[in-house]
Design a protein around this ligand. Sequence first.
Ligand SMILES: Cc1cc2nc3c(=O)[nH]c(=O)nc-3n(C[C@H](O)[C@H](O)[C@H](O)COP(=O)(O)OP(=O)(O)OC[C@H]3O[C@@H](n4cnc5c(N)ncnc54)[C@H](O)[C@@H]3O)c2cc1C
Length: 305
Amino acid sequence: MAGIFVFSEDPALARQLLTPGLELKAALDQPLVALTPSRDEAQTLAGLGADRVVVLEGPGTPEALAPAVAALVAQAGVVLVGGTLRGKHLAAHVAAALNAGLTTDAKTIRAEGGRLETTRILYGGLAVCEESLALPAVATIPQRTFPPPAPTGASAPVEAAAVTADPRVEVLSTTPVAGEGVDIGAAPRLVAVGRGFGAKADLDLAVDLAGALKAELACTRGIAEDEHWLPVERYIGISGQTVKPELYVAAGLSGQVQHMVGCRESKVIVAINKDERAPIFEAADYGIVGDLYTVLPLLTAALKA
Ligand SMILES: Cc1cc2nc3c(=O)[nH]c(=O)nc-3n(C[C@H](O)[C@H](O)[C@H](O)COP(=O)(O)OP(=O)(O)OC[C@H]3O[C@@H](n4cnc5c(N)ncnc54)[C@H](O)[C@@H]3O)c2cc1C
């Protein structure tokens, strides 16, 4: 059946996919179908503009899901898949099964002239790659690229489709990734720290500022992966998290492109750096040239007052 199909095993991302899905539905005049492995989530998706919701019942491995999804979307116009690790794995299988083009990590997506036009960031943010795919086409979309649509007040029909296990793949055990459970991506305000901090104990200055701002703490890769002063789920950038907070306070970090890729869509960026030529000032809305050891306590005190 022709249509715009969206799938993510991540509930938040599944909702976000409906926003570009609705735009493509209007442009291509095809129904919008949400595929989900969760019966609970199906009801939510049914109220966000999907014309139909299909619950995929059975094993959730990409190997098992791919044939089921490919069969459902056999003549799809477009398949949008949430760009998680599992989602990318699934998207590759589905694209192969449909003999369709695949673009990953699409930042913008639109239909024009019967084709899918996408952009994605390349070389750590140094270039934007534009791709034009014939239909059917498959695209993966990262977290928080689009906001979820508003509830419509209506409820689309929900049906079920069976997923059959792939006999070649057996899940013997699963182990949750150990972490502190903070969702940096959901925080409306972040205070990000970099190597301008000379010692782990000095991060207390940033913790105090974050407390005054009701913000979460984030960091550069070096702080998480080299110094191990903060957990890896708190580092921002091309190989870390992508965030879009209302406020991003960058203290003692240089603003190299690999970091900025993860935060440049923040609404307001405030930079504190003692080097006036630091690249972070090119991205910042507000900049303070100064020593963070002086500036942070002053900011915290002013906010508390
Ligand atoms: C393939 C690849 C992937 C990468 N992925 C990521 C990624 O995902 N995320 C990431 O963050 N990085 C990533 N990096 C690393 C990235 O290139 C930078 O090296 C890193 O972001 C710099 O971290 P920093 O800003 O903490 O340190 P630095 O670049 O050393 O900057 C420290 C800054 O602090 C300032 N400073 C020093 N003392 C003070 C003070 N007392 N007061 C105020 N300012 C002070 C300095 O002027 C300087 O600008 C990646 C690199 C590669 C090659």
